[in-house]
Design a protein. Structure first.
Length: 269
């Protein structure tokens, strides 16, 4: 807009509000006390309008059969690709746009409206999100033949921190679960190295550089010859839930996916 156009809009707004939002002088323009009250309200109104527009657009796409699912890495490894394939075969009129990312990134996608629903592990439920628990898996200590823990039937988190330990970085919930388990065991977490994925954790463990931790289904899928998974006496778990943005509109198609996910997970071992 031109300066003249802006001035015209501001004058109309001041006439409508019946107050001066700015004082004008040869030195320039300054906001009045009325303007300082109005500005945050205006920003709030614009924010609500933009949020409403985004929610209506997302709901329209859902009703047209387009669903956006985000998932944390590793979850589909447990559910298997049959989870996605079975849903799409049973609901041929729907298109499921599926993407994977680190745990914290997935949560951000839901918050920003980039995903209609997510499958993600959680430690503490956050107030702006709605959680529908799906399943939980125990976390095991993973070790190599060179470790003094190798032949033990069970180990404690306090003991395992006396040897080099690697885990995924803070973008992954397992990192925080390990730290939380350490705090409960009154031991300071001593993480030798943080990685961007469990593959490197297993590589370092396989080479005898460090121990790690993961769920049994990941251990079974990785090249783990000579390695062992040992229960932790604290029995920490990796809980997974469907996560929605709280109070966001939800189409019947999205509800259909939620019901399918709950039914599928209810049959898992």
């Amino acid at each position: 807009m031109t300066p003249q156009g802006v001035s015209k809009v501001v004058r109309r707004l001041e006439e409508e509000l019946r107050v001066d939002l700015f004082t004008r002088s040869q030195k320039g323009i300054q906001m009045t006390e009325y303007g300082r009250v109005f500005l945050p309200r205006a920003e709030e109104i614009v924010g609500i309008a933009e949020k409403t527009e985004e929610e209506l657009a997302a709901l329209k796409k859902q009703n047209e059969g387009y669903l956006r699912l985000a998932s944390a890495y590793g979850i589909l490894r447990f559910l298997t690709p049959d989870f996605i394939r079975s849903f799409t075969e049973q609901n041929k009129e729907l298109h499921l746009d599926y993407s994977e990312a680190p745990d914290s990134f997935v949560i951000d996608m839901v918050r920003k409206g980039e995903a209609d629903v997510a499958m993600v592990p959680y430690l503490n439920k956050e107030e702006d999100l709605e959680y529908v628990p799906l399943f939980e898996k125990e976390i095991y200590f993973i070790t190599h033949p060179g470790s003094r823990f190798y032949d033990l039937p069970e180990v404690s988190i306090k003991d395992v921190m006396t040897e080099p330990f690697v885990t995924e970085n803070s973008n992954f919930l397992i990192h925080h679960i390990i730290e939380d388990t350490c705090r409960q065991g009154q031991v300071e977490p001593d993480i030798y190295f943080n990685t961007s994925g469990f593959s490197l954790c297993y590589k370092l463990c396989r080479e005898g550089e460090a121990n790690t931790a993961s769920m049994d289904f990941i251990f079974d899928d990785m090249g783990t010859e000579g390695m062992r998974k040992i229960p932790l006496c604290e029995h920490p778990v990796w809980p997974v839930a469907l996560v929605f943005k709280k109070d966001s509109p939800r189409s019947e198609n999205l509800k259909k996916f939620g019901e399918f996910a709950e039914d599928w997970c209810s049959t898992l071992p």
